[in-house]
Design a protein around this ligand. Sequence first.
Ligand code: FE2
Ligand code: FE2
Length: 136
Amino acid sequence: MFKSYQKLVDDEADGDEKQSLAEQICAALSAHASVEEEIFYPAAREVLGDDADLVDEADVEHGSAKDLIAQIQAASPEDDHYDAKVKVLGEYIDHHVKEEEGEMFPRVAKSDLDLDSLGEEMAARKDELLAELSGA
Ligand SMILES: [Fe+2]
Ligand SMILES: [Fe+2]
């Protein structure tokens, strides 16, 4: 979605199109972040022991991303720095995903956490949140 957004910027697409994609990005990330914060991070924190500082870092990164998401949701594409905010959000997420996938997930995978049942719980909660966000 971030790549598609950049393409809209490069093609000088109109504001409505950019705003609708930016809102989809914000909704998808908000649901994903909430599910991690509610379910995955607490479970990871318990099994990571000394590596739980990875979860602290992830919490802070979620905080920065959520700040930027709130700024984007409160702005419109005509406002200064709108495209830059979406771009920097993508950069934050890139960094965050690299660390989760490269550092946190491998350590959690080595623990005895039941990832299948955790995954099911997360998927169900995410569906619920996305339904709420879309006003269903
Ligand atoms: Fe995360
Ligand atoms: Fe980081």
